[in-house]
Design a protein. Structure first.
Length: 248
């Protein structure tokens, strides 16, 4: 939390986040052109944002691209803001933006747990319901197998397990079904990467193969879901933020 608050205290770093909010997945060169400072200065600010977890990077060929990670902002909301404000403040996590085709969203969070326990929380339907707004997942989790996301009454998503490597990596192609709008978006890909770091795990969720201007309902709920996952694994408690605010 301290690193997040320190990173957000600087106006230039907030402007960098605004720029990634406007257009995610930018290179250092692209960001440098938008600021009246040296390349070294931009790099220094980006490094501090990375250390706070507010920016994550991915290599695409020879380029290093920078992505906004809204999960720490969601955690700030869950720990501080929701105690004192009305539920509409959950809009802090509604970081919705349009990207170049194809769209890609990356979410990263550190959780004090083991890879095995984190894998179980992702794949066990009853545990999944605890942090995923009552929606579980049913599958035998073998490569090429099918899965269904359900609240026990309705199917809210379905798809195929593309890669299954417990407890390190799960890649799925999913079609969401909870409304006609999201169903019409067609299948997208979700990748769960688990990396042990000391007594914790770094969980990175990459949601890609999204069309340009895709319905934000497809990816807007990830900060709240991952925040709920972290809370449950570390404390055994459930977040009380209403599911109806998932895409505020």
């Amino acid at each position: 939390m301290d690193a997040v608050f320190r990173a957000l205290a600087d106006a230039t770093r907030r402007e960098l986040l605004d720029e990634l909010f406007r257009e995610d997945g930018q290179s250092l060169g692209a960001l440098e052109r938008r600021f009246e400072m040296s390349r070294f200065g931009v790099m220094k600010h980006l490094k501090q944002l990375e250390e706070a977890g507010l920016v994550v990077t991915r290599r695409r060929g020879r380029e290093k691209l920078h992505f906004l990670n809204p999960v720490p902002i969601r955690l700030v909301h869950d720990r501080w803001v929701s105690k004192y404000a009305e539920p509409w403040t959950a809009a802090l996590s509604g970081l919705k933006t349009r990207l170049e085709n194809p769209m890609e969203k990356i979410f990263e969070i550190y959780i004090k747990t083991t890879p095995e326990r984190l894998w179980e929380a992702i794949t066990d339907t009853e545990i999944r319901r605890k942090y995923n707004f009552g929606v579980g997942i049913v599958s035998d989790f073998t490569p090429g197998s099918r899965f269904e996301m359900t609240n026990g009454e309705f199917a809210l998503g379905e798809g195929e397990n593309l890669e299954v490597d417990p407890p390190r990596r799960l890649v799925q192609r999913a079609t969401m079904l909870w409304s006609d709008d999201v169903r019409n978006e067609g299948p997208t890909r979700i990748t769960w990467d688990i990396e042990p770091v000391g007594d914790s795990c770094r969980l990175t969720v990459t949601h890609d193969e999204l069309r340009e201007g895709a319905n934000p309902e497809l990816y807007g709920g990830w900060p709240m879901i991952l925040s709920g996952l972290k809370t449950w694994l570390e404390t055994g408690e459930l977040l009380t933020t209403p599911g109806s605010l998932m895409y505020s």
